[in-house]
Design a protein around this ligand. Structure first.
Ligand code: HEC
Length: 179
């Protein structure tokens, strides 16, 4: 049987790093909850022309740049963040609240929590018994198998595949962050 790193190495070649990740409603919701809901409420209430922000990230960018309601301090939010928020505003009743599989919850939360490391956002692949997301920006693979979360660093193959801890433990942190 091939080892996990060997499978990953094969997988790596199969990836097209340039393919854009789809907008992520779950991350959009978490961002809205943490960055917007203090003023705009939950469920979302967008004043004046705010309803037009649904599926319209550039409108949110304009509101931030124009400092509507003192929003300029949100200018550190990335374009990806804003497009996820806009997608969420376009479908905020359609967010699966923790109904996704536990590995998807883990991956969504981890991408939200460790944005700079786990980028660009990835889709989940199945490799042997692992559910895996590969992050081409950092060369990191995050995998889930059974109740364990694993990490493999393509840039440090000698370190092998390491357990990061139990899935249940990560999921309770994720639940605290609204995932
Ligand atoms: C500090 C409070 C505050 C936060 C946080 C905040 N907003 Fe606002 N926002 C406002 C207020 C107040 C207005 C209305 C100002 C106005 O219409 O001039 C507004 C207006 C808007 C508008 C409408 C702009 C327009 O031109 O009509 C949008 C869209 C919007 N906010 C989106 C967001 C999003 C998305 C977030 C989170 C990333 C966010 N806001 C965070 C206070 C806030």
């Amino acid at each position: 049987m091939r080892t996990f790193p060997a499978l990953l190495a094969g997988l790596c070649l199969a990836f097209d790093a340039s393919s854009a990740a789809a907008q992520n409603l779950v991350i959009g919701k978490a961002l809205f909850d943490s960055q917007c809901s203090s003023c705009h409420g939950q469920p979302p209430r967008l004043v004046s022309n705010g309803a037009r922000a649904a599926n319209n990230a550039s409108m949110i960018r304009r509101a931030i740049s124009g400092n509507s309601g003192g929003m300029r301090y949100l200018s550190t939010l990335s374009d990806t963040d804003l497009s996820d928020i806009a997608a969420y505003l376009g479908n905020y009743t359609g967010v699966p609240s923790n109904s996704a599989t536990s590995s998807e919850r883990l991956f969504n939360w981890a991408e939200w929590k460790y944005q700079s490391l786990l980028a660009p956002r990835a889709t989940t692949q199945s490799i042997s018994q692992y559910a895996v997301r590969y992050f081409s920006g950092s060369g990191l693979y995050v995998g889930v198998a059974g109740d364990t979360v694993y990490l493999y660093d393509q840039n440090n193959p000698g370190a092998g595949v390491n357990s990061l801890g139990s899935l249940a433990g990560f999921l309770s942190s994720a639940a605290n962050d609204g995932f």
